[in-house]
Design a protein around this ligand. Structure first.
Ligand SMILES: NC(=O)C1=CN([C@@H]2O[C@H](COP(=O)(O)OP(=O)(O)OC[C@H]3O[C@@H](n4cnc5c(N)ncnc54)[C@H](O)[C@@H]3O)[C@@H](O)[C@H]2O)C=CC1
Ligand SMILES: O=C(O)C(=O)COP(=O)(O)O
Length: 524
């Protein structure tokens, strides 16, 4: 049973595909309610309320995947998850429109003082002159962060007759032109905008982006909107700018601490607030829950996930094409690691033939995971392989070549260790399987499966018989045997596939045979 903990309020209708599976068990509890069972869950589904810290992950040793039913993953320690090989997915598109509409609603409410007027009328007052606002028409809207939500806000702003000035260091001219906005530096946006709205993720770079220095660069009378993440506008820094009237008003949907408690900003009449409602629509919640539930189902069924934060994106089409090579890569890494059971500094992977045209990053990650698996005690998979390799000082690189050795495709792995280099090459034959075609300088042909035995010996008559006798005496049955050599009478090798793994006694007995130089067990 695949156990899923849903620890925040996620649309029930969206979770239906998960509930439909007889093999998936869904538990809806917050983390503290589920404290005693945390170690039993394979998956965790959250929104922004659950803080997925390293400490929580430590209590969830079975966790394989975290699904964020929404966009921002700043409540998840993605590095800690990655380190543990836990896939993190989100639902990037499902709440874009709702967040953009909420931003727009907040902006309109801010400049027309709707919340203040609403409270006044509800208090039985009728004070029309106290609530004179500003038009949006003709105003300059500064958008900081022009991704999905920023660009939807821009479309709506243009419909309102606003001119849109954008700062986003990753925005191309083409895209800006298409959306009818102009690109500017941050300083230009700050100096020129009548209203500034932020739509970046909260990262090390964007935390405090609108702090004292940058707030001082804004126009006197500027309005600010933050419906992205608390902390992008520095809350403490904002206070003096509200006190001295430099900032005319602020609309906040998000806070550095949620809930904000008795925050000084809440005392300002011209600060309007909502309790993180950007994505809180029936439509957005259905979208994000459906998206994340589908992804979770794919993951459970061993299919690719497409919206992972810590894995390269992979469409179904691409996945189907690379799947076979993904498996071959894993085997090459696994065998090479056992063969080179010494410290290594570098792995070099070369792709040739049809495989060279595919998404090789994924194959390399799989190979790397295969290589690291015998060397690390913790889970290692394509999520954390690159991070673990880095931690252990192992570098890796990809190359592409035309040398297929006569096969349609060929993946070659060279491992550089202390005083020793080893190369293994493999190919995938459709409807037949994976074959290792080159092993430590010798052309050979064997399937990288099961209990393998590598024997390096001098090319002499009678070697096969001697090996067969020792294995027979230890009751080890040989399934297949491949031999290869560099030249007649020179270095030769056997690769045997056995029905069961051999123990140290068998390895020792084989090593005693004259002209046998090396015996290694390789599990594939
Ligand atoms: N209030 C709410 O309920 C919701 C809030 N959000 C938040 O909105 C934000 C944006 O979401 P999306 O548009 O979907 O994300 P996105 O990833 O599509 O867009 C983010 C944009 O920010 C830009 N960016 C990154 N660093 C930057 C920097 N230092 N300066 C300027 N631009 C920078 C990126 O290039 C990108 O274009 C996120 O923080 C997300 O968590 C999203 C949905 C609902
Ligand atoms: O998707 C996001 O980034 C949001 O901020 C929405 O958060 P929520 O799922 O409503 O807690």
């Amino acid at each position: 049973m695949f156990r899923v903990l849903v620890s925040d309020a996620i649309s029930e209708e969206g979770l239906a595909p998960l509930r439909a599976s007889a093999h998936i068990d869904i538990v809806q509890k917050n983390v503290s309610e589920a404290e005693e069972q945390l170690h039993t869950f394979d998956a965790l589904l959250v929104r922004s309320a659950t803080k997925v810290t390293e400490e929580l992950l430590e209590k969830m040793p079975n966790l394989q995947i975290i699904g964020r039913a929404g966009v921002g993953v700043d409540n998840i320690d993605v590095d800690a998850a990655t380190k543990r090989g836990i896939v993190v997915i989100n639902a990037p598109n499902g709440n874009t429109i709702s967040a953009a509409e909420h931003t727009f609603a907040m902006m309109a409410a801010l400049v027309r003082r709707i919340p203040q007027a609403h409270i006044s009328v509800k208090s039985r007052e009728w004070n029309r002159s106290a609530f004179v606002g500003n038009e949006l028409f003709g105003k300059k809207l500064g958008i900081i962060g022009f991704g999905r939500i920023g660009s939807e806000v821009a479309k709506r702003a243009r419909a309102f007759g606003m001119s849109v000035h954008v700062y986003d260091p990753f925005l191309t001219k083409d895209r800006a032109e298409k959306l009818g906005v102009s690109i500017h530096s941050l300083d230009e946006v700050l100096a020129s905008a009548d209203i500034i709205t932020v739509h970046t993720p909260l990262t090390k770079e964007t935390r405090g982006l609108l702090g004292t220095d940058n707030l001082a660069k804004t126009k006197k009378g500027v309005y600010l909107v933050n419906c992205a993440r608390g902390g992008i506008i520095d809350e403490q820094a904002l206070i003096p700018f509200l006190e001295n009237g430099h900032v005319a008003g602020v609309a906040l949907d998000v806070f550095e601490q949620e809930p904000p408690g008795d925050h000084p900003l809440l005392s300002f009449d011209n600060v309007i607030v909502t309790p993180h409602l950007g994505a809180s629509t029936v439509e957005a919640q259905l979208n994000v829950a459906t998206q994340v539930a589908e992804e979770l189902l794919h993951f459970f069924e061993g299919r690719p996930v497409t919206s992972s934060i810590n894995l390269p994106a992979l469409s179904k089409d691409v996945y189907e094409k690379i799947q076979a090579f993904y498996h071959l890569g894993r085997k090459l890494g696994l065998i090479a690691s056992q063969f080179m059971n010494i410290p290594v500094q570098e792995l070099s992977v070369t792709y040739a033939g049809t495989v060279a045209d595919l998404e090789t990053t994924y194959i390399t990650r799989s190979l790397l995971a295969g290589f690291l698996r015998p060397r690390v005690a913790s889970t290692v998979n394509e999520v954390n392989a690159a991070m673990i390799a880095k931690e252990r000082g192992i570098t890796y690189g990809e190359k592409f070549s035309d040398e297929t050795h006569g096969y349609a495709n060929c993946i070659s792995l060279t491992v550089h260790g202390e005083n020793r280099t080893f190369t293994i090459k493999g190919t995938h034959v459709p409807n037949y399987g994976d074959r290792i075609v080159h092993f430590d300088g010798v052309a050979i042909d064997f399937a990288p499966e099961g209990h393998l035995l590598y024997i390096q010996h001098q090319d002499r008559p009678g070697m096969i018989g001697k090996v067969g006798n020792v294995l027979g005496a230890h009751d080890v049955n040989i399934a297949t045997m491949q031999v290869g050599r560099q030249e007649a009478g020179g270095k030769a090798m056997m690769i045997l596939s056995l029905d069961k793994p051999v123990d140290e006694a068998v390895l020792h007995a084989l090593a005693q045979i004259d002209d046998i130089e090396t015996v290694k067990r390789l599990e594939a």
